[in-house]
Design a protein around this ligand. Structure first.
Ligand code: SF4
Length: 393
């Protein structure tokens, strides 16, 4: 059995997923090939265009895939089962079971989105917001801790809306994870910026295990572009949130995603976006070029030529590297706790600091394994993508 869990976040995600199915069919002619995830959910007609897949399902009930595969093996009939996304109402719990030695465990606590940004297919592919109940979260995190996982990363489509309509907040999930014996760190995946309240931040700041790295999805730093994107904040509001976070976490690191070449993005708007990124001082920027998704409002707007998109992406990436280096250099001389990870380099022990800076120390000293434990490291040198140091006395 081979499963392609498809992604429709960009046009290239769609075509890569379908290419993977066709390639698997050629290489594994006898296998049951399954296409699941966002591509068929957002565009069910894709099932007709890809006869190489024996099973085509959407983003729901993926736990039943092994049973469907057995049905196909029994009578070799094709199965297409894509329920309407609008009826997704309950969180589907498929616990993450780590294989091998893992230091970090990713725990999905939320699915779906109610926001409808004008470029995004996700609300159509994943349905409305729903959240993992706290008792199931406790069970999953306890299982991970028993298997040696030391750091939990809470993930989802839009985790800022965790617990929406139930009165539970994201901070409740973080507190719960921190209370599980063996869990030494808890980190948040990408969050939409506008939902963090002062009360949430006050509670988070009391948790020694909480890592102050905030991946606040920006997309653009220009007010007009944000309006066309149907984002729910202005640049000033975003800056205000970053400022409030810094008042609770003076060492906070901000990382983000920025989209370039959004429809009708002018040179002036792009320049505004660059200046805003510099103003926030991101420690890392993930830059990507806008690609139209059929069925979204932005696909009908006036498109920016590809050459302009490439050129803006290069400029934004260069800025991201400059800011990353600037951020890393101000860490030199500091002593930080590092959770060491798998020993997969012959030259270095490596792990991450709470702000997610990658830290490396020579394997000559100490020679013994440091894996899965926290040691303090004094940072001596910085590159844009990592820092080097020595164990602190
Ligand atoms: S908040 Fe994120 S997932 Fe939701 S519509 Fe906007 S970009 Fe898509």
């Amino acid at each position: 059995m081979a499963v392609v869990n498809s992604c429709t976040v960009t046009g290239s995600g769609d075509s890569k997923s379908l290419y993977a199915v066709r390639k698997l069919r050629r290489e594994l002619p006898e296998a049951v090939i399954i296409l699941t995830g966002c591509v068929p959910q957002a565009a069910p007609e894709v099932a007709e265009s890809i006869p190489e897949a024996d099973i085509v399902t959407g983003t729901k009930e993926r736990a039943k895939l092994p049973a469907l595969a057995l049905e196909v093996l029994a009578d070799r009939r094709r199965i297409v089962d894509i329920p309407d996304y609008s009826v997704f109402d309950e969180f589907e719990c498929i616990p993450y079971v780590p294989t091998g030695d893992r230091t970090r465990g990713f725990v999905k606590i939320q699915d779906g989105c109610n926001c409808f940004c004008s470029y995004c297919m996700i609300p159509y592919a994943r349905g409305r917001c729903r959240s993992k109940p706290l008792d199931e979260l406790r069970e999953e995190v306890s299982m991970l801790a028993e298997r040696g996982v030391r750091e939990i990363v809470l993930t989802g489509i839009n985790i800022a809306f965790y617990g929406e309509k139930t009165g539970i907040r994201l901070v409740d999930a973080v507190e719960l994870c921190c209370s599980v014996t063996g869990i030494e760190r808890v980190r948040l995946g990408s969050i939409e910026p506008e939902v963090m309240t002062d009360d949430d931040l006050t509670r988070l700041a009391k948790l020694p295990q909480f890592c102050p790295q905030f991946h606040l999805s920006l997309q653009s730093g220009a007010a007009e572009t944000l309006k066309r994107m149907n984002r729910r904040y202005t640049p000033d509001e975003y800056a205000d949130i970053a400022e409030r976070i810094r008042s609770h976490f003076p060492q906070a690191a901000f990382t983000t995603d920025i989209m370039v070449g959004f429809p009708e993005e002018t040179e002036a708007e792009f320049a505004e976006s660059m200046a805003f990124a510099e103003r926030i001082g991101f420690s890392r920027i993930h830059v990507f070029q806008y690609s139209p998704r059929n069925g979204t409002p932005a696909a009908k707007m006036k498109q920016v030529p590809d050459a302009v998109k490439h050129e803006r992406a290069d400029r934004m990436k260069a800025l991201g590297e400059k800011l990353a280096l600037r951020y890393a250099r101000q860490l030199v001389g500091r002593t930080v706790p590092v959770l060491f990870e798998r020993e997969n380099s012959p030259d270095f022990h490596q792990g991450h600091a709470p702000d997610y800076t990658l830290i490396k120390i020579s394997r000559k000293n100490p020679k013994k394994s440091l894996r899965n434990r926290i040691f303090y490291v004094t940072i001596e040198r910085a590159d844009a993508d990592c820092c080097y140091g020595r164990l602190s006395e």
